[in-house]
Structures are given as C-alpha cells and as structure tokens.
Design a binder for this molecule. Structure first.
Ligand code: ZN
Length: 119
C-alpha cells in the first residue's frame, strides 16, 4: 500500500511547523552551535523512534520474526544471516508490529525499493 501523501494545504502546515521548531531550537541554543547540534539530534532521534520504535523493541521484533520464519527471507525464501536483516512493514503507517512486519534480506529490501521506485 502506498504511503499517504500530504495535500498542498497540509504540506504548508508542515512547513510552518518546521519553521517554528527551528525557531525554538535557535532560541534554546542561543547561538551555541554545539548545543543546537545536540538539540537537533535529540529531536531527530526521538521522532525517528516514533516511526521506527526504539532499538531494543526493533531487535526483539527481528528476533521473533527470524524464529517465526525459521531464518528464511519472506521475499526470496532463502536463508538469512542472524544479523543484517530488515524488518519490512506490510503497511508503513501500521508500524512495526508482529502482524504488520516480515523479515527480509537487505538485498531483497533494496530490490523491492527499486522496483517500487523509492531508490
Ligand atoms: Zn531474500
């Protein structure tokens, strides 16, 4: 399922919000570029977790899916290494839940992204 796209009105609201966030970060850091860097990284990391889950939760899900799939890639059905695998969401907005996620090779992920026109 393709991800929802923002309408032009929603895109404008996102631009306004981003400008507000940048202004607040500038206010918090008061010209201290290292502090601005640290605040920006913290916000970036936490927003990433909102979409992708925290590392420990992702690790646990990958281990669970690896066992459920008996170490076989959900796309090519060949054996996968224990690491360097990719949790693939069936519907991105539904997040990394056991029901919405399958484990695949990194190479199969890249091929899939290319065939969908994402890469
Ligand atoms: Zn594969």
């Amino acid at each position: 399922m393709p991800n929802r796209q923002l309408t032009s009105d929603e895109l404008e609201k996102a631009r306004v919000l981003l400008a507000e966030i940048r202004n607040k970060l500038a206010g918090l850091s008061q010209g201290d570029s290292e502090l601005l860097f640290a605040y920006r990284r913290k916000i970036y990391k936490e927003l990433g977790y909102d979409e992708r889950s925290k590392p420990m939760k992702r690790r646990a899900l990958k281990d669970q899916k690896w066992k459920e799939q008996r170490g076989l890639c959900a796309i090519c059905k060949k054996e996968m290494p224990a690491r360097y695998t990719v949790p693939d969401r069936l519907n991105a907005v539904d997040g990394y839940t056991p029901e919405n996620t399958r484990l695949i090779h990194q190479e199969c992920d890249v091929s899939q992204q290319e065939s969908r026109g994402y890469a």
